[in-house]
Design a protein around this ligand. Structure first.
Ligand SMILES: O=C1O[C@H](COP(=O)(O)O)[C@@H](O)[C@H](O)[C@H]1O
Length: 260
């Protein structure tokens, strides 16, 4: 697993634009190297800001949208089209405006889908979809995502893995149903840490003062059960993309020299 690298941007708007530019380059490079690309999207303010910046970027036309697989790191277990669902927000901000192949948009199940209100069955269904998409080169039940993005909550949660919650302790399953999440809505679906760690690159996005303690804690050696963000690492790269306010409480030795 890779050691975290930190990049600090002046403010959250610039952070979103720079991350969008970085993502476009990554997708274009993956498509050139392997024919297609796979990206795991996150919900939350920073993930949505990145998608909005991507939607506005003229460089978005460099992406071959039909050769892109989209997955989600977590989802609020609500009815299809519910405005709280991460996929609903992503569709409104970007996905409906680009020529994606619908068969390659792997939304997590809704509570009125095939599995009904059984969130554990829905999570198992998503795990099966991931396993079907993975090949021998992936050495496991999850595809080697090119980039997996995660927002970081003020409590250090990533995806729907909350501190000390059963889901963050999962070591076998790749996707779990989350019951009683401390942040509403309480019922969710989440990739687990082992699934997150299958990604080539993991990018953690955090902007704003309310994230400063979480960022400092996760990067200062906290355990992943107490600080789930600390356990989110990519096989090749783990990148923390921050704005100055979110980076404000980092110990000086963790602050990148170029942004000091
Ligand atoms: O509920 C969620 O929250 C996190 C963080 O969101 P933010 O608005 O504080 O940035 C998000 O990453 C996750 O996908 C989402 O379901």
């Amino acid at each position: 697993m890779s050691t975290p690298q930190v990049v600090v941007h002046r403010d959250k708007e610039l952070m979103a634009k720079a991350a969008a530019a970085r993502l476009i380059t990554k997708i274009v490079d993956a498509q050139a190297a392997r024919g297609s690309a796979s990206v795991v999207l996150t919900g939350g303010r920073n993930g949505n800001a990145l998608l909005a910046a991507l939607a506005e970027s003229p460089a978005r036309d460099a992406v071959d949208w039909a050769r892109l697989d989209l997955w989600w790191g977590d989802e609020r277990f609500e009815r299809e089209g519910d405005p709280e669902r991460n996929v609903t927000q992503a569709r409104e901000i970007l996905l409906d405006a680009v020529p994606l192949d619908p068969a390659r948009v792997h939304a997590m199940p809704a509570s009125d889908g095939t599995h009904g209100r059984d969130v554990d069955a829905a999570a198992a269904g998503y795990a099966a979809e991931l396993a079907k998409a993975s090949g021998p080169e992936d050495h496991g039940p999850v595809p080697t995502f090119d980039v997996l993005m995660l927002g970081v909550g003020p409590d250090t949660h990533v995806a729907s893995l909350f501190p000390e919650h059963p889901a963050v302790r999962e070591t076998e399953r790749t996707v779990v149903g989350v019951h009683g999440a401390p942040k509403p809505p309480p019922t969710r679906i989440s990739l687990t840490l082992p699934a997150i760690r299958a990604a080539r690159e993991v990018w953690l996005l955090a902007a704003g003062e309310d994230k400063a303690n979480a960022v400092a804690m996760a990067l200062s050696g906290a355990g992943e059960i107490q600080a789930p963000a600390a356990g989110a690492r990519g096989r090749r790269r783990t990148l923390w993309l921050l704005d100055r306010t979110a980076a404000a409480k980092l110990p000086p030795q963790l602050y990148p020299p170029a942004s000091a």
